[in-house]
Design a protein around this ligand. Structure first.
Ligand SMILES: C[S@@+](CC[C@H](N)C(=O)[O-])C[C@H]1O[C@@H](n2cnc3c(N)ncnc32)[C@H](O)[C@@H]1O
Length: 281
C-alpha cells in the first residue's frame, strides 16, 4: 500500500481539481464550444474544439481515449468550461453520511468504477475518508492518464470490462475486501451498463457503502437502460438501503442548458442476488 499524504482538512463541498491543475503541465491553450443552433445536441454527441500547442482539434465528448491522452484536457472541457461538479458533490455527500453513521475516518476500501483520470479519487482522498483506493475503467488511456497526472492516488488501477471480468482480475479485486463502491458520471449513455454496475456492487462486502450519480432521465419508469428497475429491485429487496438522494446540476450542456443528475448514497446491507448478476432486471 502507498503512504498517503496527511489529511488536508477540506471544507466539505470545495472541489479539489483546481489544486491538481496547478501540478499538471497542460498544453491546452483554449476550448471553444460550437455555436448554439437552437436545436441542442444529444449529450452523447456533444463536442468542442481545443487549441493545443497552437493547433485546433475537434473532440467528441465521448471519445475519452483521445481526451485523456492530452494532460489537463478533460479538466479544461468538463470542469473549467462546463462547470462539472459531480466528484466533489458525491464525495462531500458521502463524507456527510459517514459522519452521521460514525464511520471511522480513513476506513473506506474503495473501488472507483469508471474512474477515468482520477477526479473522484482526488476528492475522496482530500477528505481523508480512504484507506485503499482502486480504480477501474474500460479503457487503458484512463489508467495511463491517472498514472501520469495523479501518480500518488491509486493503490491499483485495473483496466477491464466488468461484464466480462477475467477470473484472475476478479480474484485480485475480491481480495481487496472493498467496503465502498463509487461511480460518478459513468453510468448509462453507452458507458457502464446496468449489468456491469450490478457486478461492481457484488465486489463490495456488507456492510458497505455505495455512492454514485446517474442522469435523472435514466431513473424514469419507462427508461430502457435497466438502471431504474435495477435500483428499485435492489432497494425493495433490502440489498441497498438508500441514505441520500440528491438532485444537482452535474454540468452545463454545450448549449448552456443545465444537465441534472441524481447523486445517491446507499448502504449495501445484503449480497446482490445471483440472478441479478446475470440479468439485472
Ligand atoms: C465521464 S467519465 C467519468 C470519469 C470520472 N468518474 C469523473 O467523474 O471524472 C466516464 C468514464 O467511464 C468509463 N467507462 C465507460 N464505459 C465503461 C465500462 N463499461 N466499464 C468501466 N468504465 C467505463 C470511461 O472510459 C470514462 O473514463
Amino acid at each position: 500500500m502507498q503512504t498517503r499524504p496527511p489529511l488536508k482538512n477540506v471544507s466539505s463541498a470545495e472541489p479539489q481539481w483546481h489544486k491538481r491543475m496547478e501540478e499538471i503541465d497542460s498544453p491546452v491553450d483554449s476550448i471553444t464550444l460550437p455555436a448554439a443552433d437552437g436545436e441542442g445536441c444529444a449529450q452523447d454527441r456533444e463536442w468542442c474544439e481545443a487549441r493545443i500547442d497552437g493547433e485546433r482539434r475537434r473532440y467528441r465528448f465521448h471519445d475519452y481515449d483521445q481526451i485523456f491522452k492530452v494532460p489537463g484536457l478533460y479538466e479544461e472541457i468538463f470542469y473549467n468550461t462546463l462547470e462539472c461538479c459531480s466528484p466533489s458533490r458525491v464525495a462531500s455527500l458521502l463524507e456527510e453520511l459517514l459522519e452521521d453513521f460514525k464511520v471511522s475516518p480513513g476506513s473506506l476500501r474503495v473501488i472507483d468504477v469508471g474512474a477515468g483520470n482520477g477526479m473522484v479519487g482526488d476528492e475522496l482522498q482530500a477528505r481523508g475518508v480512504v484507506d485503499e483506493l482502486v480504480g477501474l475503467d474500460i479503457i487503458p488511456e484512463a489508467r495511463e492518464a491517472a498514472e501520469r497526472d495523479r501518480p500518488d492516488l491509486y493503490d491499483d488501477y485495473i483496466v477491464a470490462d466488468l461484464t466480462n471480468l477475467p477470473p484472475a482480475a476478479e480474484d485480485k479485486l475480491r481480495k481487496r475486501k472493498f467496503n465502498c463502491l463509487t461511480s460518478v458520471a459513468a453510468l448509462g449513455f453507452g458507458d457502464i451498463p446496468a449489468l456491469a454496475f450490478a457486478r461492481a456492487l457484488d465486489l463490495v462486502d456488507e456492510p458497505g457503502w455505495v455512492a454514485f450519480t446517474i442522469k435523472e432521465d435514466f431513473l424514469r419508469e419507462e427508461e430502457t437502460s435497466g438502471f431504474a428497475r435495477l435500483i428499485r429491485r435492489l432497494t425493495n429487496t433490502g440489498v441497498l438501503e438508500m441514505q441520500a438522494y440528491r438532485r444537482f446540476r452535474h454540468r452545463l450542456a454545450v448549449s448552456g442548458e443545465a444537465l441534472y443528475y441524481v447523486a445517491m448514497i446507499a448502504r449495501k446491507a445484503k449480497p446482490v442476488p445471483g440472478d441479478a448478476l446475470r440479468d439485472p432486471n
